[in-house]
Design a protein around this ligand. Structure first.
Ligand SMILES: [Zn+2]
Length: 299
């Protein structure tokens, strides 16, 4: 009976146009349906205990996260932006400041656009946000890192908003996407069913917020991160922390050919598919010697 239900349900449309119902949604529906029955079965003595049935919380629920490498690429291509053209600073500086601000504060794009100069002290980097502008309805204080302050100083204009944008949201997104395409960002789209659009292959603004969350998950105490990200519930923050931990664990466990590991150990950050392995042994005799000789001392 359950198999039939799952088979039928998985053919029904999901949230997005052209998508089918997600697997974890069905899984959770099934659990919700059978758990009461199992409870009764236990009460009546048919079973000793309710079998463990975890609700699925898929990592893709959290959405895309900008990688540090992609962030750098995007940052370097802000010169293709022509808007905003009505400010004293140029569009490139505006966008670079926006990106750096977004990733160091983790604020939502709507909060960033609403941010005003009287909420920041450029000397100390202290940011005071008033209750009506942030979501959890309370005043907050945060400190901007030095690079963020420098980027803000570079775009200081007459407008009371830090990031004045006199166009609509769609145009803002379009410019962001154009910068990414110029940076060579082309993300795979996980959906195999819908009609792809250009938006499928670039990051949205929220991916910067997620980057802030996951990159800071290990650097900040959980409560500080929650405050920074302005998560209403601590559970959301913990989800980020859990995700970051899982990602790190996976990265550590992922198989990497030994010669590539050596390469990055030696400070050669560009250990990519284009890396020249012939040059490696010649340029760096220590690396190959390490590989051939068993370690003489254990530490
Ligand atoms: Zn797509």
């Amino acid at each position: 009976m359950l198999d039939k239900y799952i088979a039928k349900r998985s053919k029904e449309p999901g949230k997005k146009k052209g998508d089918k119902t997600a697997r974890h949604t069905i899984h959770n529906e099934v659990i919700s349906a059978i758990k009461p029955a199992l409870k009764v079965a236990m009460k009546w003595g048919y079973i000793d205990k309710i079998p463990e049935c975890q609700r699925l919380r898929l990592p893709d629920k959290i959405g895309r996260i900008v990688t540090p490498e992609h962030f750098e690429l995007i940052y370097s291509k802000c010169d293709v932006a022509t808007d905003p053209a009505d400010q004293t600073c140029d569009a490139e500086a505006w966008w670079q400041a926006l990106l750096v601000f977004a990733v160091t504060t983790g604020w939502r794009i709507s909060e960033i656009l609403a941010f005003t100069w009287d909420e920041v002290d450029l000397e100390s980097g202290m940011v005071v946000t008033l209750a009506e502008t942030n979501k959890p309805d309370r005043d907050d204080v945060d400190y901007l890192p030095q690079p963020t302050i420098e980027h803000l100083k570079a775009i200081r204009g007459r407008d009371r908003r830090v990031f004045p944008w006199n166009h609509n949201d769609t145009h803002l997104r379009n410019v962001f996407h154009r910068i990414q395409r110029a940076a060579g960002i082309h993300l795979p789209c996980r959906s195999k069913t819908h009609q792809h659009s250009p938006r499928c292959h670039v990051y949205g603004f929220h991916a910067l917020r997620r980057m802030c969350g996951t990159e800071n998950a290990e650097r900040l105490p959980a409560k500080a991160l929650q405050k920074k990200m302005r998560h209403k519930s601590f559970e959301t923050t913990q989800h980020y922390i859990g995700l970051a931990e899982r990602m790190k664990r996976h990265t550590q466990n992922t198989y990497v050919p030994n010669f590539l590991k050596k390469k990055s150990d030696n400070g050669d950050g560009k250990a990519g598919p284009n890396g020249d392995s012939k040059g490696e042994t010649k340029d760096d005799p220590d690396a190959s010697a390490d590989g051939q000789n068993p370690p003489t001392s254990s530490s």
